[in-house]
Design a binder for this molecule. Sequence first.
Ligand SMILES: NC(=O)c1ccc[n+]([C@@H]2O[C@H](COP(=O)([O-])OP(=O)(O)OC[C@H]3O[C@@H](n4cnc5c(N)ncnc54)[C@H](O)[C@@H]3O)[C@@H](O)[C@H]2O)c1
Length: 254
Amino acid sequence: MRRFEDKVAFVTGAAHGIGRATVLRLAAEGAAVGAGDVDAGGAASVVTEVVQAGGSAVALDCDITDTGSVEAAVAATVAQYGRLDVLANVAGHNLGGLEGAEPTEEQWGRQYDFTFTGAVRCIRASLPHLVESRGSAVLVGSISAEIALGTPPYAAAKAALANLVRNLASDHGPKGVRFNVVAPATVATDRFIGNEALLEELKVIYPLGRVGKAEDVAAAIAFLASDDASWITGITLPVEGGLTSATGHLLNLL
Ligand SMILES: NC(=O)c1ccc[n+]([C@@H]2O[C@H](COP(=O)([O-])OP(=O)(O)OC[C@H]3O[C@@H](n4cnc5c(N)ncnc54)[C@H](O)[C@@H]3O)[C@@H](O)[C@H]2O)c1
């Protein structure tokens, strides 16, 4: 399947986890990829992997909390490849540091700036190019937006993304641009380094019997970004192993 032949994508959080898997998936399907991350070494390493597999990608310094950095990374992608068809904003994880305490106003603000405004920065920088290409944006949300899992600042900031894509879908649909969210539950990424036992314990709450892989989420991102989803916009797609349907499954465990 090469759904992104002659297409160009920009991915944030590209060095590790879901972002890395997304770069590899889009590139394997033919996209040239701008791989943006604050971890320059990690971004360079995923680009090397893409190039070794015969694809095309460029590593870019990109901090989604910094408007200038996002604008420069999107501009560099377009300068390198001449267009932009897909934005995948993957960066935006739980900043944590709460350890059961009430979040301070500063913590609420910092998480919102990273998770929500970070996505807005990426969209603002990409939008003129997506209008030109009649392209598509996919934002990574979280199942925490639907159920109480994760911290309130993180969950609320992720929840705001669902409303954002609905409004943008309505505003920019007539120009041919689509906006969607994928909402993963537990995915085994670097987030859980040193906490592998927790991943093992969490398996039981998933009807499908396992936690997610970064590739599971990358596949959903690629679907929503592709023409296979050309009549899908403004939605949040849960990628969650059945977790939100699991009440019966959980009762059976008691
Ligand atoms: N792993 C999960 O269980 C899970 C569950 C639900 C949602 N998510 C969401 O998936 C996304 C990716 O999570 P992951 O588990 O792959 O994380 P990860 O820690 O494996 O990777 C995160 C990447 O983002 C980069 N990054 C950090 N700050 C950045 C910034 N300011 N600008 C640009 N890049 C930055 C990191 O360098 C890293 O490469 C996040 O938005 C997260 O909220 C993850």
